[in-house]
Design a protein. Structure first.
Length: 265
C-alpha cells in the first residue's frame, strides 16, 4: 500500500470519532456479469466486522436494496444505506421515505411495458429493486445501441415522478426526489458527530458521496480521505475526485485490513 495513503489514513484515525463509508459493487465486491453473481468474500466481511468494532460507524452505501446489501456483506453492527440513499437498515430496522413507496408502485406499473418494449433487444436484464429499476446492458452484443434503446424506452414510458440515472453498463429508473449517497453520508456524519471519515467508491453515484465529504472537509466540519477504485472499468471522474486511486477490489480489502490493524493497535 502506498506510504502517502497510509499517512493520510493515519491522520484521519488520529482524530476520532471516525467513520468508514463504502460502496459494494466494484469496491469491496468484484463486478460480475450479473448482479446476483457478485459477492463479498470472507476476508472483506471479516475485515468490515473488525472495523465495526474499532470505528464509530461503518456504513455501506450501495445502489442495491438495503436488505440485499446486508445479506451480501453479512456483518452485524453496520449501517446499510440501500438504493443510493433511499433506504436505511440498521439493527434490523428498515426506514424508507414515502416517495420510495410511490416509486415502487409506479415501477410495478410500467415494468411489464418496458420489458415488452425491449423484448427484441438481446442481453438486457431488468433488475427490480422496489423503488428503483435497474436495466443492465452489460451482456448486450452492441452495448451502445442497447443503451440508446433503453433510454428511449424510459423516456417514452416513465412518468414524471421517476427520473433516469446511469451507472456502469446500467440505466436506472429512480424516484424523482432528493436522495443520493451524499445526503445519506451528511446525515450520518451529523448524527454520529464524526470528526473524520474514509470514503470508498468506484462509480458515478459514489461521486455524490465524495462531493459531500469534500464539502465537509473544506468547511472544516470533518476530515475526509476519498479513496477511488479503478477496476476493469475505470471512471475518469472517480480518478479526478479521489485523493487516492486503488487498482482493484483486492487492494481495497488490503487497505481495509490495514485500517483495522491500525485501529486495534
Ligand atoms: Mg460500485
Amino acid at each position: 500500500m502506498p506510504a502517502p495513503l497510509r499517512r493520510a489514513a493515519q491522520a484521519i484515525l488520529a482524530h476520532p470519532p471516525v467513520g468508514l463509508f463504502t460502496d459494494i459493487d466494484g469496491t469491496i465486491a468484484a463486478l460480475a456479469p450479473r448482479p446476483d453473481l457478485a459477492h463479498v468474500d470472507r476476508r472483506a466481511r471479516d475485515t468490515l466486522a473488525r472495523l465495526a468494532g474499532t470505528l464509530a460507524a461503518v456504513v455501506v452505501l450501495t445502489g442495491r436494496p438495503a436488505a440485499e446489501a446486508q445479506r451480501m456483506v453479512g456483518v452485524d453492527g453496520l449501517i446499510y444505506i440501500g438504493n443510493h440513499g433511499l433506504e436505511r437498515l440498521e439493527g434490523g430496522r428498515l426506514a424508507r421515505p414515502a416517495a420510495s413507496e410511490m416509486a415502487t408502485d409506479a415501477l410495478a406499473a410500467i415494468s411489464p411495458r418496458l420489458e415488452e418494449a425491449l423484448r427484441d433487444q438481446p442481453g438486457i436484464l431488468l433488475e427490480p429493486k422496489g423503488p428503483l429499476l435497474g436495466i443492465h446492458y452489460r451482456n448486450a452484443p452492441d452495448p451502445a445501441a442497447a443503451r440508446a434503446r433503453i433510454l428511449a424506452a424510459c423516456a417514452a414510458l416513465a412518468p414524471g415522478s421517476l427520473r433516469v440515472a446511469e451507472g456502469k453498463q446500467v440505466v436506472e429508473l429512480q424516484p424523482a426526489v432528493a436522495f443520493d449517497k451524499g445526503l445519506a453520508l451528511r446525515a450520518i456524519v451529523a448524527e454520529r458527530g464524526l470528526r473524520g471519515m474514509v470514503v470508498l467508491g468506484d462509480d458515478r453515484t459514489d461521486l455524490e458521496a465524495f462531493a459531500a465529504a469534500q464539502a465537509l472537509r473544506e468547511t472544516g466540519g470533518c476530515r475526509a480521505l476519498l479513496v477511488g477504485v479503478a477496476g476493469p472499468e475505470p471512471l475518469a471522474e472517480i480518478a479526478a475526485a479521489a485523493d487516492y486511486l486503488l487498482p482493484d477490489v483486492h487492494e481495497v480489502v488490503k487497505f481495509l485490513a490495514w485500517l483495522a490493524d491500525s485501529g486495534e493497535r
